[in-house]
Design a protein around this ligand. Sequence first.
Ligand SMILES: O=c1ccn([C@H]2C[C@H](O)[C@@H](COP(=O)(O)OP(=O)(O)OP(=O)(O)O)O2)c(=O)[nH]1
Length: 149
Amino acid sequence: MDKLQIKRLREGANLPRRATESSAGYDLCACLPEEGEITLAPGQAHIFPTGIAVGMPHGQMVGLIYARSGLAVRHGVVPTNCVGVIDADYTGELLVSLQNTFDTPYIIRHGDRIAQLVLTPIFTPPIQEVEELAATGRGEGRFGSTGKR
Ligand SMILES: O=c1ccn([C@H]2C[C@H](O)[C@@H](COP(=O)(O)OP(=O)(O)OP(=O)(O)O)O2)c(=O)[nH]1
């Protein structure tokens, strides 16, 4: 399987799509056939259904749900969980939790593009506990420890 499989779970659900051929993310749409729209009051969070489930191509993969920049920057509507992590074996509905961080209400309507799904390979080696880590150039130097004047 080398395709991203999509299963529509609700009637009226929009398929994810990339805005252009080079877009990294597949835009996810709110699926609100009954409500029609939901108003996010300032500070309010809501979990939006997308009406779809995904089957990821084989290999170690993860789906990451990121903000759409326009919605975030212009309207302050951002994923509540910062980035949603979609496990490759998750076959349930993709959900997008959004919060309105600005001080004006914002309306999300059925079919609105609310977030984007990015698929990426991951590396999940087994864990080995050790007494010492291999020496590195940075060592234990933390925040701001390089480039000091
Ligand atoms: O924004 C999100 C985040 C997660 N999920 C789904 C897919 C994911 O595989 C599952 C579990 O997410 P996660 O592992 O982040 O949640 P958890 O709170 O750690 O719960 P769990 O114990 O189920 O892993 O929920 C979404 O639909 N949207």
